[in-house]
Design a protein around this ligand. Structure first.
Ligand code: 13P
Ligand code: SF4
Length: 305
């Protein structure tokens, strides 16, 4: 079967089986073409809370499939490729954060969505890269304990200077590896280009950017901008998607190392095999985890909307 025949077969099976396919912005184009919705973590969370189909198939990483299950516990939620994790989500566990929380009893525990379901059970509010600043501003507490991404946390702290934001040393190994010198080198090669970066990059990088935002935010900014050239400081797929969507503009990855092997692990064949019942993993969480973890995600949707 070629790609288009595979896509037709997936579309037929998903309708027949009443499946909603949700895809993160980073996944391959041939997957987003057959998805019901493609977007950033915030958009995926909102869509997950509204799904009408009986089954949700998440093409992305594990923490998003778990978030989907927490928001739609009555649905069957499948992760397309079980090896698709996120190293940042595994950096801090519940016991460790409970101990830190005890040291800061009057702080609101704000957890990036890139965390495990177990860790979400003790968080007060969840955030995504596109909603974090808005939620931090809306919070009725001026003390925030931000986990696990110290770079996103530092970005939030800078946008909300009237609040105290405590950070722990976690982060995305892919985005945090980008150096300020990489921005200088990319700008030297493309002096007319605007620099658009994800807030998971270190402060020295975000400070040099023309725009800082989520994957959806970066794509929207580039599409509506009058500029013709852009340096894209997030996973390399976003530059590729933008190049297809806007063939009259030029998109350059900030570095060739911005590749997330976890996001790349899901393929169109995986999706096909999941629908044939041969692959994938059903996300199973106990009722207590779902009940406790839901609180911080509901708070995110209420404050971030
Ligand atoms: P978004 O908030 O843009 O979905 O980013 C999530 C992520 O994992 C970035 O690496
Ligand atoms: Fe996790 Fe980083 Fe990959 Fe995003 S890019 S899924 S934060 S490892």
């Amino acid at each position: 079967m070629n790609i288009s025949q595979l896509q037709q077969e997936i579309l037929r099976m998903k309708k027949e089986q009443d499946v909603c396919i949700l895809a993160h912005s980073y996944v391959a184009r041939e997957i987003s073409e057959i998805a019901d919705y493609t977007g950033d973590s915030y958009g995926l969370s909102v869509e997950a809370s509204k799904v009408t189909q009986r089954t949700v198939l998440m093409c992305g990483v594990r923490f998003m499939a778990e978030t989907c299950k927490i928001l739609s516990p009555e649905k069957r939620v499948l992760l397309s490729n079980p090896i698709a994790g996120c190293p940042m989500a595994e950096q801090m566990d519940k016991d460790m954060i409970e101990a830190v929380k005890a040291q800061y009893p009057d702080y609101t525990l704000m957890a990036y969505v890139n965390t495990t379901a177990a860790l979400k059970t003790i968080a007060d509010v969840c955030v995504t890269s596109s909603s974090a600043v808005k939620i931090a501003k809306a919070l009725d507490n001026d003390k925030i304990l931000f986990i696990p991404d110290c770079n996103l946390g530092a970005f939030v702290a800078k946008q909300v200077p009237d609040k105290t934001v405590k950070l722990l040393q976690g982060g995305c190994p892919i985005h945090a590896a980008v150096r300020p010198a990489d921005v200088d080198a990319a700008k030297a090669l493309h002096p007319e280009a605007l620099v658009l970066v994800h807030p998971e990059c270190v402060p020295g990088v975000t400070e040099k950017a023309d725009y800082v935002g989520s994957t959806t935010g970066i794509m929207a900014y580039a599409k509506q901008s009058d500029a013709k050239e852009f340096i894209i400081g997030t996973e390399i797929s976003i530059a590729e998607h933008l190049q297809y969507d806007c063939p009259d503009k030029m998109f350059y990855p900030l570095t060739k190392h911005l590749i997330c092997p976890n996001m790349k692990s899901t393929t169109l064949v995986d999706v096909y095999r999941v629908l044939r019942g041969e692959f994938g993993e059903e996300i199973l969480l106990d009722d207590e985890t779902i009940r406790l973890a839901r609180r911080c995600i509901d708070n995110m949707i209420a404050l971030g909307g």
